[in-house]
Design a protein around this ligand. Structure first.
Ligand code: HEC
Length: 149
């Protein structure tokens, strides 16, 4: 009986997971758009966890979250291939018109991520906060020019 119940729970949970993520992206079927938006969500989630640790007295492993942001950015790959400018996307046309400028913003954010990884390896909370803010600024700088409101 217990086993059956457990099996039912797992099935329900799995089903919910699928329907949730499917609904969240149901309007969009371009794989590049779905992938990049989902990966940004992962990054934003880790930024939220870092906010909790650095500013709200939350417990947690800042180095884990910083490392996960680095991995997510490295995983992005060619996130803006030709043809991924149309659809349920907030990516502005400026990205494809000025790919060098856009990539530069990406490099700056990645550089800021490396500094955050370095800071979270140590115990200097002030340095961690500074690195977190710098990365937040790099996200905003790209969004300002290349992401629609
Ligand atoms: C090089 C430019 C660039 C950088 C750097 C960048 N973003 Fe974005 N971000 C974008 C663009 C462009 C979109 C819109 C993508 C789309 O809708 O296809 C976006 C979308 C998002 C979204 C919405 C995803 C969704 O579900 O539609 C979130 C959240 C986000 N970014 C968070 C972040 C965070 C947090 C950082 C920094 C840690 C960051 N971004 C760094 C360009 C950037």
């Amino acid at each position: 009986m217990k086993k059956l119940l457990l099996a039912a729970c797992v099935t329900v949970a799995t089903g919910m997971g699928i329907s949730y993520s499917y609904e969240a992206v149901a309007a969009e079927n371009n794989p590049a758009i779905v992938h990049r938006q989902s990966t940004y969500q992962v990054v934003a989630g880790h930024m939220g966890s870092l906010k909790s640790i650095l500013f709200l007295g939350g417990s947690g492993d800042a180095a884990y979250h910083a490392g996960a942001i680095k991995s997510a950015f490295e995983h992005m790959g060619n996130a803006y291939p030709a043809g991924s400018d149309k659809g349920e996307t907030k990516a502005k046309a400026e990205i494809w018109e000025d790919m060098d400028g856009f990539k530069q913003k990406g490099k700056e954010a990645y550089g800021a991520t490396l500094k955050l990884v370095e800071a979270t390896a140590g115990d200097d909370k002030g340095a961690q906060i500074e690195a977190f803010k710098a990365l937040g600024g790099a996200c905003k700088a790209c969004h300002k020019n290349y992401r629609a409101k």
